[in-house]
Design a protein around this ligand. Sequence first.
Ligand code: CA
Length: 228
Amino acid sequence: MRVLVIEDERRLAENVARSLKENAAWAVDVALDGENGLHLAESVNYDLIVLDLMLPKMDGLELLRRYRKQGHKTPVLVLTARDEKGSVVTLLNAGADDYLAKPFDLGEFLARAKALVRRAKGQPTPLLVVADLEVNTIERSVRRAGRDITLTPMEYRVLEYLAHRPRAVVSKTELLEHLYDYNWEKFSNVIEVYISGLRRKIDDGAPVKLIRTLRGQGYALRVEEGRR
Ligand code: CA
């Protein structure tokens, strides 16, 4: 997953970004003002946007309205200061999906962030299940047919993204865009490496293969047709 954090308090932005990277294994971009934030939000297909309200150049509410007016559906989690609580109704009506009043607990922030991403992708719980494969997004652990599988951090990122959208075909470009922050193009050759690592660890020796490569289209996590 890839998250955009729009927050002008540099320390808070860094803390939030670090906790998303370390505890959720997500890629994070940071914008320190509203104009830059809107520009990034419009140019990258993020999985979540974390938006501060009081921002230089363009405030968060204005940014949110413009972003939603263009039809973007990415979930937005708004960070409010205590004295902005009265505007919660305005925020939700403007298209915010959730909000958190500062100061907040990073654990609660992470849980809300994960819930928003999950819901946006149609997954009701943190345990993602595809056939006999289980991806636990809280523990970041993976099991197949009851057997624990140890993945590298990047293999896990790839698998988590695919498992949020089981059966969908995900192109290599989409994977790259959602797994890395700035400069993702330079990683374009490594996706195959992660996929083959996943295939070896998850599918080798299993009667049913789950990691699918669709030539010229991308990858999917699903039971092969006809072998259900
Ligand atoms: Ca601020």
